[in-house]
Design a binder for this molecule. Structure first.
Ligand code: MD3
Ligand code: FE
Length: 222
């Protein structure tokens, strides 16, 4: 049974776990690059500080967010969208660090989606109690491209649902260095993150950080 779900990549710290057709966890895939990723996140956040955005219904989200790359994800009273400028500064989002794009492309290739060229990286910062309710990611122009997610810092429980909100969810524990790729038939599955448990992680303090790489603009654009 275990052998059906997990097979070795190159060490026992790096196993791949198939969640569904098109959804794959690459356990530990980013662990070696984590210190460099965290340093780069610090540089992005110095230029585009984390902020808790408002939902279209005007509630403040519990997750704090920033972005880098040509497009950044935004939520406000007008709705959800991608935009080239940070509304807090009026300036373009910080450039996507080279390491980010390389890691996202390597993970996507590993999962069977070669040539992934993300134009948006949303950075989510969770503290104790922060959560993401069940939702679909459908604000992107090119739903043929996968999404790559990188977990750093405190562990979290990811909720993986179906194509309809009322379908049952499975709980997927994600830890520091785990990478998940979602594409093809899994691209529009409902998903969320359970309220973060209080804790301390050496390099991130009381936080979990998540990078989500997306092709948000029209196919061909960049
Ligand atoms: C499954 N973030 O920012 S990324 C988000 O851990 C978001 O911060 C979560 O969901 C986080 O929108 C999880 C994982 C993810 C992203 C896209 C998906 C899972 C997905 C698309 C389809 C199915
Ligand atoms: Fe999402």
């Amino acid at each position: 049974m275990i052998d059906d779900l997990f097979c070795d990549l190159d060490s026992k710290d790096q196993r791949r776990e198939i969640l569904a057709d098109g959804a794959l966890v690459l356990h530990g895939f980013a662990r070696a690059q984590a210190p460099a990723l965290l340093a780069a996140i610090g540089e992005v956040a110095a230029a585009a500080p984390f902020r808790r955005m408002r939902t279209p219904g005007s509630l403040r989200m519990s997750v704090a967010m920033s972005n880098c790359g040509p497009l950044g994800w935004l939520s406000d009273r007008q709705g959800y969208r991608y935009a080239p400028l940070d509304p807090d500064s009026g300036k373009p989002w910080p450039t996507m660090p080279g390491l980010f794009g390389q890691l996202a492309q390597m993970a996507a290739t590993e999962a069977g989606f070669p040539g992934f060229a993300p134009d948006a990286c949303l950075i989510n910062r969770y503290e104790a109690g922060s959560k993401l309710s069940l939702h679909q990611d459908k604000d992107e122009a090119d739903l043929g491209a996968p999404i790559v997610s990188v977990s750093l810092g405190l562990p979290a429980v990811f909720l993986f649902g179906g194509l309809k909100r009322n379908e049952p969810t499975t709980r997927v524990p994600l830890v520091h260095g785990d990478v998940v790729v979602w594409g093809g038939p899994a691209r529009l599955r409902y998903h969320g993150v359970q309220a973060l448990k209080d804790g301390r992680w050496p390099e991130t303090g009381n936080c979990r950080l998540n990078l989500t790489f997306r092709k948000a603009g029209p196919p061909g654009d960049q």
